[in-house]
Design a protein around this ligand. Structure first.
Ligand SMILES: Nc1nc2c(c(=O)[nH]1)N[C@@H](CN(C=O)c1ccc(C(=O)N[C@@H](CCC(=O)O)C(=O)O)cc1)CN2
Length: 284
């Protein structure tokens, strides 16, 4: 039986001895560290670490968690251990624009993104054929002010039933309620079609055109109740000119949005993103 691949992420108040304490326990299990990243946030005093390691076949998740009990207690760590051999299941939500959805499906098909799409949810019918062609369950869940609570209850049920690790808002143009966004905090990634913090809201390209900017961009972030305010995971920009009309900006932004969202989803599923208050630490 081949060695298993695990990723351990941890954070705690920084002090001497954290790395030694953790790696000593892993070494005692016969684990071999393949990649190690760490960051000391001097502003908050918090320490962040990601360790990717292989473990002998007989060393399972429970054995590793047991071995780490002492350092976790000693340094009061927040930890997460993920078995890279387990398939990561995602639910993708979309409205009318399908470019980011199609890019995710392509990156999964070619193996760049190691994920399984458990379901596609939309408040419109437009993406049904994409889902059916890909053999993915499609849920058309229309939404209005009156039906929002019921619709979101259906969304939550699908997330639960599918055992999804992550919900991806691939241009889903409805604001999630405080209840849902808080309940799923850290498990929902949105692609916003501007270089945040500029131009929040539903029509950033028109705002950008109105302002006459020379650079546009896209931002992938975790969703919070506060619209377009969540911890940023990934961003990318491109130059634009005075001659470009709003539709030209929309067209230029599509590929940027698609790349940024796919990179953010990959980073999250590889346990390379750690929350640090209103910000993130990204071990890319
Ligand atoms: N709780 C959150 N929900 C969502 C966020 C978020 O940051 N927190 N991001 C949005 C995506 N988005 C921008 O990236 C966005 C989507 C929709 C709107 C908006 O004003 N929508 C209108 C309806 C628009 C329509 O029906 O076409 C509304 O909801 O009243 C702004 C920004 C996804 N959800």
């Amino acid at each position: 039986m081949s060695a298993a691949n695990f990723v351990l992420t941890l954070s705690c108040i920084d002090q001497p001895g954290i790395v030694a304490a953790v790696t000593t326990e892993l070494a005692a299990l016969g684990a071999n560290i393949a990649e190690s990243n760490q960051f000391w946030d001097r502003e908050t005093g918090r320490f962040f670490m990601r360790l990717a390691f292989t473990a002998p076949p007989q060393v399972d998740r429970a054995t590793i968690e047991k071995a780490l009990t002492s350092p976790v207690a000693r340094f009061q760590m927040q930890t997460a251990l993920s078995d890279q051999g387990e398939a990561r299941r995602i639910v993708i939500m979309v409205s009318k624009f399908d470019h980011a959805l199609l890019h995710l499906l392509y990156q999964i098909r070619v193996g760049w993104l190691d994920a399984e799409v458990a379901a596609i949810i939309s408040n419109h019918e437009d993406a049904r054929k994409i889902a059916e062609d890909a053999g993915i369950a499609f849920h058309h869940l229309p939404i209005s002010k009156e039906t929002k609570a019921a619709q979101e209850a259906q969304v939550l049920e699908i997330v639960k039933q599918t055992g999804a690790d992550l919900v991806v808002l691939a241009r889903y143009m409805q604001v999630l309620s405080d209840n849902l966004s808080t309940r799923l905090f850290g498990q929902v990634i949105n692609i916003h079609h501007s270089f945040l913090p500029s131009f929040k809201g539903a029509k950033p390209y028109h705002q950008a055109h109105e302002r006459g900017v020379k650079i546009i961009g896209a931002t992938a972030h975790y969703v919070t109740p506060d619209l377009d305010e969540g911890p940023i995971i990934e961003q990318e920009t491109a130059r634009v000119t005075h001659a470009m009309r709003p539709d030209d900006l929309v067209a230029a932004g599509r590929d940027i949005e698609s790349r940024v969202l796919a990179r953010a989803v990959k980073l999250h599923l590889e346990s390379r993103v750690m929350l640090n208050g209103r910000k993130t630490v990204v071990f890319g």
